[in-house]
Design a binder for this molecule. Structure first.
Ligand code: GAP
Length: 498
């Protein structure tokens, strides 16, 4: 399987495709999702919501995408959210400087290098322009990735599209905390679009300019970083940790990671465990996931400790989640910028809460799921493509296929479909084409089950239930379908045991 296979599947089935694609000059880095892609994206975030937000007792908000300039002055994004760029003097192409050097010399270039340091590296290694091969570049300069907008008719008020959904959460923290009547630690989550004027958007959903994020900010009392009531549940759970300077992943229990000061406290180990458990639940195999510890030079400007959750794909290791210990940086900066009191009082002591952040990309998660579950199999003379998605993140649970559109089969199919919908089961109805083609169509988008309505159905009120992964079929009663499919959807039964 190659990256091209994923793009072909995405375009063939309209999972996702370039935004404004009928206009040839449209900017890159923006993607639209078709009906099936939208369902898949929804399933990805629904799984995250159930398992990382609701089950942990966290709260979710929905904030505006455009925020005041003051927010980003205080957060530091207006001054710090910049990448180094360099322009070729001959063909005028602009590159991200660190990446251009990196690709030429074949080893990592620290993001934190100053612009003169990057200039010297370009000189030293005689880095050529990737497009025209010239070695003449302008000086490296910083390019801020914030997307600004003039608000209102006067053009005098400036707003910015948020570069991370996290900022609404910080700005809204005091209000949400007070009105929720909850105690610390408190997680506040948000799902939505963020915007970054990326210099080189590429690899479809992996580097976008409009990106979907699912973020959680856990606010806590720093003095109680080791007071985690449920720590016992994860203390022996092994985290896949790639420690700074190491080449191999170490399997280290949460307890040991705290005792050896590998993480700053139990709270961090606890949430890393939750992340690893939930992402294993998405179906990412254990040997393809890891937390990579970032060194000081690689971390974002607000982070004291960062564990990037990465997945091994056909593009190599891809970061899906930034797990950042942001300390009191954000609330402190916003308290100063807004002159509002954002502190909390606990045990008679007033303090600015610290934050541990779990910042995941929706679209990257979806892309990596496609990448890691895509299978091409021999089938007779030909081959079949199957997405081996876990049931929980499949776009639909089951397809209903009337064998024919005559002799009452179509009506029976519709009746079964409507009945299953009535049980809130995620089903689709497809009446077109030969049955083999219909099976192939659902296999390549990861729908695990299909119900076929045939002539026997009209006689004995049974249907064929087919399991896409194995192509195995079993005869089941229509009356049993709702409960059976529900049990299959939550793992209470398996196809083998029917
Ligand atoms: N609030 C912290 C934050 O935004 P980040 O590492 O910049 O941290 C978090 O982004 C996650 O958002 C990444 O791990 C990735 O999944 C996703 N992401 C970031 N930039 C992206 C881009 N240009 N395109 C697609 N996803 C992106």
């Amino acid at each position: 399987m190659t990256a091209e296979d994923i793009v072909n599947l995405a375009l063939r089935r309209s999972l996702f495709f370039p935004a404004s694609e009928i206009y040839s000059n449209s900017p890159s880095g923006f993607w639209d999702f078709g009906p099936i892609g939208t369902k898949m994206r929804f399933k990805v975030l629904d799984f995250w919501r159930k398992n990382l937000v609701e089950s942990l007792g966290f709260l979710e908000i929905h904030g505006a995408q455009i925020l005041s300039e003051d927010v980003f002055r205080a957060s530091g994004h207006l001054s710090n959210f910049a990448d180094p760029i360099v322009k070729c003097k001959k063909c005028q192409t602009v590159f991200r400087a660190d990446q251009l050097i990196q690709e030429h010399i074949g080893s990592t270039v620290a993001e934190s290098l100053s612009t003169p340091e990057l200039d010297s590296l370009i000189q030293k290694h005689q880095v050529p322009c990737k497009k025209c091969k010239s070695k003449e570049f302008e000086n490296v300069r910083k390019f801020n990735m914030m997307m600004g907008i003039d608000v209102g008719a006067t053009g005098q008020q400036k707003g910015y599209l948020r570069p991370e959904t996290a900022q609404n959460i910080f700005v809204d923290f005091a209000r949400v905390f007070k009105t929720s009547r909850k105690n610390l630690p408190l997680g506040i989550a948000q799902v939505g679009a963020s915007f970054r004027n990326e210099i080189a958007p590429r690899n479809t959903l992996l580097r976008e300019r409009e990106l979907g994020q699912m973020e959680i900010e856990v606010f806590f009392n720093p003095k109680k970083i080791n007071e985690v009531s449920d720590f016992g549940l994860v203390q022996d759970y092994k985290l896949n940790l790639l420690l700074q300077g190491k080449k191999e992943v170490s399997s280290i229990s949460c307890k040991e990671s705290v005792e050896k000061n590998i993480v700053s406290g139990k709270l961090i180990a606890f949430y890393l465990a939750k992340v690893q458990q939930v992402y294993s639940g998405y179906g990412f195999p254990s040997d393809k996931i890891r937390f990579r510890e970032l060194d000081k030079d690689e971390r974002a400007f607000y982070a004291k400790e960062t564990w990037d959750f990465e997945v091994k794909t056909s593009h190599g290791w891809i970061e899906l989640i930034a797990n950042n210990y942001r300390t009191d940086y954000d609330l402190g900066r916003h308290a100063e910028g807004s002159k509002q009191d954002l502190s909390v009082t606990e045990d008679g002591e007033k303090f600015i809460p610290h934050v541990f952040e779990i910042s995941a990309g929706i679209d990257r998660t979806l892309y990596c799921l496609l990448d890691t579950t895509f299978i091409r199999e021999k089938r007779g003379q030909g081959e079949r493509v199957i997405l081996n998605l876990p049931v929980q993140v499949a776009p639909y649970l089951c397809a209903v296929f009337p064998l024919m559109t005559k002799d009452g089969l179509q009506e029976k199919g519709k009746e079964i479909f409507q009945n299953l919908l009535g049980y809130h089961l995620d089903v689709l109805l497809d009446e077109k084409d030969a049955i083999g083609r219909r099976y192939a169509r659902i296999e390549e988008i990861g729908v695990p089950f299909a119900v076929t309505v045939d002539y026997d159905t009209l006689q004995d009120q049974t249907v064929t239930l087919r399991y896409s992964k194995t192509t195995e079929q079993k005869r089941v009663k229509i009356a049993d379908l709702p409960e059976l499919l529900w049990k299959l959807s939550i793992g209470k039964t398996t196809f083998e045991t029917i």
